[in-house]
Design a protein. Structure first.
Lengths: 479, 417
C-alpha cells in the first residue's frame, strides 16, 4: 500500500500531527523506532504548558507556543489527558530582577499572551506560601499549566489509530529513497519498506539525521541535556503554580512545580552533550546543583523526599527557533525539527499547522463522523466511593489493586494492555496507568505487572521487558 | 456499612498475632484485612530458616512461622479477607477497603490495628546516578521472583547494602548458580545480623566491602556494570578509588521504610526517626483506638519481636474495646547520645506491668554501657560487649519503678563509652 502521508517519530509532535491528519480523507502511517509511542523527549521533560512570554516576538516558537497553549485545555479535555491550568510565576529574588519581570511582561504582550500580571511579594506568598522569603515579586501568568506529556502523545496517537492511522513500531528509519517519476518515498528499515507520497519528519533529536536521508543537510541538532528530580507526593504542598526563576543566557533556569499527578518536580539542568551519544544518565554533581538552585525558590526542598531522577534531551537548533516547513531538497518532505521547549506547549498548534499544509497539498476534505476522542481511561484513584462501588460491580477486576502506591487496579492495567496502542512492556503500562510510578517505584507491583503482561500477551515471564529491546527483567528459570 | 469491634490492617505476622491476642482477651468481633492472596506477609517469600529461635525455641522457615499463626487464626475462627486492600482509615475509625468480591467495603470499627509492614527503599531514594536500565531491583523483589515465581533476575550480581534481605539473597542467588561478585556497604559496618553475614556470605566466599558504594549505573537496555568507590567518613566517594564491575544485576538492600501512608493520611503523629507512629506501651497511637505493631511501627530484625510487640497491641486494642484500658498518665521516652530511637515513645504509669523499651544505636560500640535516666537521674547502667545498629536492644522498666515516676516525666536512654 502507498500511504498518502508517513509521519516519522511518535513523540508528541508526530502523534499530534497524525491525529489531526486522521480527521481527513487520507491514509497515513506513524513510524517509530521504539516499541511504543512517547519514548523520546516526550517522556522526559518539565511538562509545562508555557504561557508564551519567553520566546522572542516573531519567532515560530512564540507563535506556536501562544496558539498551542490556547488549544491545550480543550484538547486535553477531549482526549482525557491530565492537565491543570495552575498558572506560573517568574520570581524576582533580587531587586535588579524586577526589571526582567517587566521585560518578560512586555514581551508577553507582544506575543499575544493573555492574563498576565506583575504581583508583589504579598500576593506571591499567598500563591506560594513556601517560596523563599527574600522573593520580591513575580510575573504571574494564569494561562500556564502542567500536562502529562506522554499521555498527551499516547492519547493523540490512539485517536489517530481509531481514525484509521497505522502505527508501525520498532521501525528505525535508516534509508529514504525518492522516485522522481512516481513521486513516492520508500522509507526503509533493514529489509522492510513503507511507501508514501509525503513524509513528515518529526524525529526529535534525530530530525537532522532523518532529513539528511533525503540529502537535506541543513538541519543541525545539538542534544541539550536536562536532569530532573522527582519528589514524593507528600511534598505536593511546596508548590501550587509553576515556579520559575528569572531567565539567564543559559535558558529558563531551574523550576519547581507540582506535576499534574501531584508530585513535586525540580530541574532541568542544561548541558550540551554533542549530537551523537544519546546519554540519558543522571549525574550526582549536576543533580546537586539542581537542588541547590531549586532551594533558592523553595528552601524546604529536601533530597530525602526524592523518589526518582531522570534526564531528557532537548533537540536544540543553533537557529534558536523551530524549523517547520518544506525541505529545500524536496517539497514533499516536511521538516518539523528543532522542537525544543516550548515544543510540548506548541504541539497542538503545530499539529493543526502541518495538517493544513498537507491537506492543501493533497486537496482532501474532512472525514465525516470521525472519532473526536478515545476511550476514557479509568482512573480508579480519582473516583468517588459510589463510582468505585458501581465500577467493581460491573467488572470485578477493578476491585483488585495491583499498584499500592498509586492505587491502580488490575482492570486499568488490562485496559492499557488491550488499548489501541497496546502496552507491551512494564514502562508502557506505567506510562498509561501510573502503576510503578509511586514512591516504591514498582518494588511491589513490578512483578505483578510482568505476570499480567505475560498472561495477556501469551508470553513467558522472562520474555517481558522494561522498555523493549534487550531490557529484559528476568533471565530464565531457576534450577 | 459493616461493624466490627477490631479491624486489623495487614495479615502478616504482626496483624495475625495482634488478632489472636485480642481474641484471647475476649473480643469476638475481629476482621483481618490483607491485600495479598494469602495471610503471612513478607514471611511467605522467606523460605530460609532462622525464624522463631527466640519465641518458639526452634529454627523455622518464614512460611512455617507464619503457618503457626494462620492455624491459630483458623482455629479461633477469626474472620479475615485476603486480596483486600485497605484504602483509608478515617479519624473516627472507619475503614475503607476494596476487593473484587465485595467491591468497596465500608467498615465502622471500635478499634483499628495497623500492621502494614514496610517496603524496601527503591533506587530513586538513593539518587544513584547513571542510566535507567533493566536489571536494577530491590533484593525483596528479586526474592519474590526467585522463591515464588521461579525465575532468575540475572546471572552476575552486585548487591548494594548489607541489610538482611541482601545477605539472604546473596546466598540464594549463589545457590541458584548466579555469581555474586560483591556486596558493598556504605557504612563502616553491616546493618545485617552477624549470623547472616557468616552463613550467607562467609560460607560462600562472597566478598563484603564496607565503606563502599555504587556511584554509577551503566547500561542502555540491560545493566552492563556498576562503578563502585570507597567512601570517606562523610560517606562521600573518594576520588581515585573507583572501579568498574561488570554485572547484569544490581540488587538493592538499602533499608526498609514503614508503610505508613494510611497512618499519615489519618492524621496520626509519626516519629521522624522510626517513620512509624508515636505509640505508648500498649502500642496505641495518637488517635484513640488506633494501634500499630510490627514493621509498620519500626523496622524489626527478628519476627519474634514482632510477635511480642503485636501481642501488646492486640491486648491494648481489646482493653480499649472492652473499656478496661487503664487511665492514661504518660511519661515520655527519648533516645540521646548514641541511641537513635526508642519504642514506645510514651509509657503509661498506670500500665500495671513491666514495660520493655526497645531501642537502636546509631553505630557499633564495643564494651560500652547503656545508661537509663529518669528526669536526669541515672536509674540503670548495663555494660554491653557489643552494640550495633543492626541489632535491636531493650531495657525493662519495672512496674515497681514506674510507680515512683510522676506524670510528665522523661526517661532517657544513652550509650556511654
Ligand atoms: C529537559 C527538557 C525540558 C522541557 N520542558 C518543556 C516544557 O516544560 N514545556 C514544553 O512545552 N516543552 C518542553 N520541552 C520540549 C518538549 O519536551 C519537546 O519539544 C517535545 O517533547 C518534542 O516532541 P517530539 O515529538 O518532537 O520529540 P520526541 O518525543 O523525541 O519524538 C521523536 C520520536 O522520533 C523517533 N525517531 C527518531 N529517529 C527515528 C528514526 N530514525 N526512525 C524512527 N523513529 C525515529 C524517536 O524515537 C522519538 O520517539 C522540554 C524538553 C526537554 C529535553
Ligand atoms: C527478606 C526478609 C528476610 C527476613 N529474614 C528474617 C529472619 O531470618 N529471621 C527473622 O526472625 N526475621 C526475618 N525477617 C523479618 C520478618 O520477616 C519481619 O519482621 C516480619 O515479617 C514483619 O511482620 P509484619 O507483619 O510487621 O510485616 P509484613 O510481614 O510485611 O506484613 C504486613 C502485611 O500487611 C499487608 N498490608 C500492607 N498494607 C496493607 C493494606 N493497605 N491493606 C491490606 N493489607 C496490607 C501486607 O500485604 C503484608 O502482608 C525478614 C524479613 C525480610 C523482608
Amino acid at each position: 500500500m502507498i500511504y498518502d502521508v508517513a509521519v516519522i517519530g511518535a513523540g508528541v509532535i508526530g502523534s499530534m500531527i497524525s491525529m489531526e491528519l486522521s480527521h481527513y480523507n487520507l491514509s497515513s502511517v506513524l513510524i517509530e523506532r521504539f516499541n511504543d509511542v512517547a519514548m523520546g523527549t516526550t517522556k522526559a521533560n518539565s511538562a509545562i504548558v508555557h504561557a508564551g512570554f519567553d520566546a522572542m516576538p516573531g519567532t515560530l516558537k512564540a507563535k506556536f507556543n501562544v496558539e498551542g497553549t490556547k488549544l491545550m485545555p480543550g484538547i486535553c479535555k477531549t482526549l482525557h489527558v491530565p492537565f491543570k491550568q495552575c498558572g506560573s510565576v517568574v520570581v524576582a529574588f533580587y531587586e535588579e530582577q524586577l526589571k526582567t519581570l517587566q521585560t518578560l511582561y512586555d514581551r508577553g504582550i507582544k506575543n499575544g499572551v493573555p492574563d498576565m500580571e506583575i504581583i508583589g511579594r504579598d500576593k506571591l506568598r499567598e500563591l506560594e506560601p513556601h517560596i523563599n522569603e527574600i522573593a520580591k515579586g513575580a510575573l504571574y501568568a494564569k494561562t500556564a499549566g502542567v500536562v502529562c506529556p506522554y499521555q498527551l502523545a499516547i492519547a493523540s496517537a490512539e485517536n489517530a489509530v481509531l481514525n484509521g492511522t497505522k502505527v508501525e513500531l520498532n521501525y528505525q528509519v535508516e534509508k529514504i529513497d525518492y522516485d522522481e517519476n512516481s513521486k513516492i518515498f520508500s522509507i526503509c528499515s533493514g529489509d522492510r519498506k513503507i511507501e508514501a507520497k509525503y513524509v513528515i519528519n518529526c524525529a526529535g533529536i534525530h530530525s537532522g539525521k532523518v532529513a539528511s536521508l533525503i540529502g537535506d543537510n541543513s538541519i543541525e541538532i545539538i542534544f541539550r541535556k536536562g536532569e530532573y528530580m522527582l519528589l514524593d507526593k507528600n511534598q505536593g504542598h511546596l508548590a501550587n503554580t509553576v515556579i520559575f526563576q528569572c531567565p539567564s543566557e543559559m535558558g529558563k533556569g531551574i523550576l519547581v512545580t507540582k506535576t499534574v499527578d501531584g508530585n513535586v518536580i525540580t530541574g532541568p539542568s542544561s548541558i550540551d552533550i554533542g549530537s551523537v551519544d544519546e546519554d540519558l544518565s543522571t549525574n550526582s554533581d549536576v543533580l546537586d546543583s539542581v537542588v541547590e538552585a531549586a532551594r533558592l525558590s523553595v528552601p524546604e526542598i529536601n533530597t530525602r523526599n526524592v523518589i526518582t531522577s531522570f534526564a531528557g534531551l532537548r533537540a536544540h537548533s543553533p537557529t534558536n527557533d523551530f524549523i517547520i516547513g518544506e525541505s529545500d531538497v524536496n517539497p514533499s518532505f516536511i521538516n518539523v525539527a528543532g522542537i525544543e521547549s516550548p515544543g510540548l506547549s506548541a504541539a497542538p498548534a503545530i499539529g493543526v499547522y502541518v495538517k493544513d499544509l498537507i491537506v492543501k497539498k493533497l486537496g482532501v476534505s474532512m472525514k465525516e463522523g470521525y472519532e473526536l476522542s478515545r476511550k476514557a481511561p479509568v482512573r480508579f484513584n480519582e473516583l468517588t466511593n459510589e463510582q468505585k462501588k458501581e465500577l467493581i460491580e460491573k467488572d470485578k477486576r477493578y476491585g483488585r489493586i495491583i499498584c499500592r502506591c498509586e492505587t491502580v487496579t488490575e482492570g486499568e492495567i488490562l485496559d492499557a494492555i488491550h488499548s489501541p496502542i497496546p502496552a507491551t512492556d512494564v514502562d508502557g503500562v506505567k506510562r498509561r496507568t501510573r502503576a510503578g510510578m509511586g514512591r516504591c517505584q514498582g518494588g511491589f507491583c513490578g512483578s505483578k505487572v510482568v505476570e499480567l503482561l505475560a498472561r495477556e500477551h501469551g508470553l513467558k515471564l522472562d520474555d517481558i521487558t522494561k522498555f523493549g529491546g534487550n531490557s529484559k527483567l528476568l533471565v530464565g528459570k531457576t534450577k | 456499612m459493616l461493624n466490627y469491634d477490631i479491624v486489623v490492617v495487614g495479615g502478616g505476622p504482626a496483624g495475625m498475632a495482634a488478632a489472636v491476642k485480642a481474641k484471647e482477651c475476649g473480643v469476638d468481633s475481629i476482621l483481618v484485612l490483607e491485600r495479598a492472596e494469602t495471610l503471612g506477609g513478607i514471611l511467605e517469600q522467606c523460605i530460609h530458616t532462622g525464624f522463631g529461635l527466640h519465641y518458639f525455641g526452634e529454627e523455622l522457615s518464614g512460611p512455617e512461622y507464619a503457618d503457626r499463626f494462620i492455624q491459630q487464626i483458623t482455629e479461633k475462627n477469626i474472620e479475615y479477607k485476603t486480596d483486600t486492600m485497605v484504602l483509608e482509615v478515617t479519624a473516627d475509625n472507619k475503614v475503607y477497603a476494596v476487593n473484587s468480591t465485595d467491591g468497596l467495603l465500608e467498615i465502622q470499627a471500635k478499634a483499628v490495628i495497623l500492621a502494614m509492614g514496610c517496603r524496601e527503599r527503591p533506587r530513586g531514594a538513593l539518587n544513584t546516578p547513571g542510566t535507567r536500565c533493566a536489571g536494577v531491583m530491590t533484593a525483596g523483589t528479586a526474592q519474590k521472583y526467585v522463591n515464588i515465581d521461579g525465575y532468575m533476575p540475572g546471572k552476575k550480581v552486585v548487591i548494594l547494602g548489607s541489610g538482611d534481605i541482601g545477605l539472604i539473597m546473596a546466598r540464594r542467588m549463589t545457590l541458584e548458580g548466579a555469581e555474586v561478585k560483591l556486596v558493598c556497604e556504605l557504612m563502616p559496618y553491616s546493618s545485617g545480623l552477624t549470623r547472616n553475614i557468616v552463613q550467607c556470605l562467609d560460607d560462600y566466599g562472597i566478598p563484603l566491602e564496607l565503606s563502599c558504594t555504587v556511584i554509577r549505573i551503566h547500561g542502555n537496555e540491560r545493566l552492563e556494570g556498576v562503578t563502585v568507590a570507597k567512601v570517606d567518613e562523610n560517606r562521600r566517594p573518594i576520588k581515585g578509588t573507583e572501579r568498574f564491575i561488570e554485572c547484569d544485576t544490581l540488587l538493592l538492600s538499602v533499608g526498609l521504610i514503614p508503610e505508613n501512608e494510611l497512618t499519615r493520611e489519618a492524621g496520626i503523629e509519626l516519629d521522624p526517626v522510626t517513620s512509624g507512629a508515636v505509640v505508648d506501651e500498649s502500642r496505641q497511637t495518637t488517635q484513640p483506638g488506633v494501634f500499630a505493631c510490627g514493621n509498620v511501627l519500626h523496622v524489626h530484625d527478628l519476627v519474634d519481636y514482632v510477635t511480642l510487640e503485636s501481642y501488646s497491641a492486640g491486648e491494648g486494642a481489646a482493653k480499649y474495646v472492652l473499656g478496661t484500658a487503664p487511665e492514661k498518665r504518660y511519661i515520655t521516652t527519648k533516645g540521646v547520645g548514641g541511641v537513635r530511637y526508642i519504642v514506645p515513645q510514651k509509657v503509661n504509669l498506670n500500665a500495671g506491668e513491666d514495660v520493655k523499651l526497645y531501642f537502636r544505636v546509631g553505630r557499633v560500640y564495643k564494651g560500652a554501657s547503656v545508661v537509663v535516666k529518669y528526669n536526669g537521674y541515672e536509674i540503670m547502667r548495663r555494660k554491653k560487649p557489643r552494640l550495633a545498629p543492626g541489632e535491636m536492644e531493650n531495657v525493662i522498666l519495672k512496674e515497681s519503678e514506674l510507680a515512683k515516676f510522676a506524670e510528665g516525666g522523661l526517661v532517657e536512654i544513652s550509650v556511654e563509652e
